[in-house]
Design a protein around this ligand. Sequence first.
Ligand SMILES: [Zn+2]
Length: 402
Amino acid sequence: MTTPALPGARWLVLDDYTGEVGEPDVTLGVCHDIDGLFVDPEPIPPPEAFTLLGCDPSGPLQDALEHMGTERAWLPSIALFPVHQQRPARCLWDEHGCTCVEELIDVTVIGQRPSAARDGLVDLDLRGYVRLLPEWGLPEEKPDATGFRLAALDDEKLGECLDIAGVFRKRPSAPVRPVTLIGFRPEASLAGTIEGRKITASIMILQRDGHTAGGAGLLSATVVTARPSRLGDGLLDITLDGGIEEPTPSGAREIFQMRYDGGPAQPNQWARYDRLLQHEWSSLALRQRPQGLPDKPAGTTYHLDGRFVTDIDAFYCAIGEAINGPGGYFGWNLDALHDCLCGGWGAASPFRLVWHHSDVARRHLVAGYDRPSHRLRDWKPRIELDDLLQIFSEHAVEVAFR
Ligand SMILES: [Zn+2]
């Protein structure tokens, strides 16, 4: 989509929420800058304490218990499936269990004692995190349950327990960073008094040519003040009482600027960024990829520069450039890589991938656990080189290590 030109405008505020289904989205305005869109990431929070009460551990949990005090007292994930006596109204079933499930991640077993609940059961003290997925609701109230079934990532049984302490409680909400739209030109849809208006809108990235290129966040807040902007006649600086959901890390501002200026001309410009920003790099590469280009034919040989592939996010940057050139995109997680290998993203399979300096990936893409940022949702066992090779082999991609 294109928008009425406002030279230098970088962001378009698009109400794609409040209209009826089928109605077109409404442009509220465009602006030069948004204070509060780019924010320094939060520090990684301290671990929490949990207790599995009246627990009968089995499998890897029993194993962790027997190795308390060593690194083997650790589990990447414990899923907590409530055993309902009466299923609450908000509970839905799927093939894995019910929607009341919660997941503990990065868990260390730190203590045990005989349980008062029943002979033979133990109370287990754990240290770790709850995987918080705010869009599915936070674990504040314990679901109606006579106990919990415990399972590992691959559904392997970890035993059961009668109750759990420490998981279901209110947690401090993320700090709100109020947003200011700077040099904002309202469209007719915002005619009249702006102050006091509730705005629910996507922040869309504007390219230099006036086209939009994907979203940069969701804004849901009320206008506190709307004052004339020093950036031009008729423009406003609009202060709101709330912020952007999941703001972009502040270091990514430079990457947005680079893409606004036409994108990287040379490969490996991403190599100077940390993982969090490399993830933003791939995310922008996805949103701004050229549309409608045919795939290069099957049988093509591509060259991956492996010198900077020290983690999985670096790999996604490198494979994007190997297939689609500087700033190119070819997946930013395993599912997306799989999709790209099915065609339509720059390369028809099968193809040949020459992976140069593969010793770097062999050293770094090894077994382990990834805590790439403060976002607990992203924490999981590390993706290994073998996982990538398996996906390539499923799509008949021949990988030649150099
Ligand atoms: Zn349920």
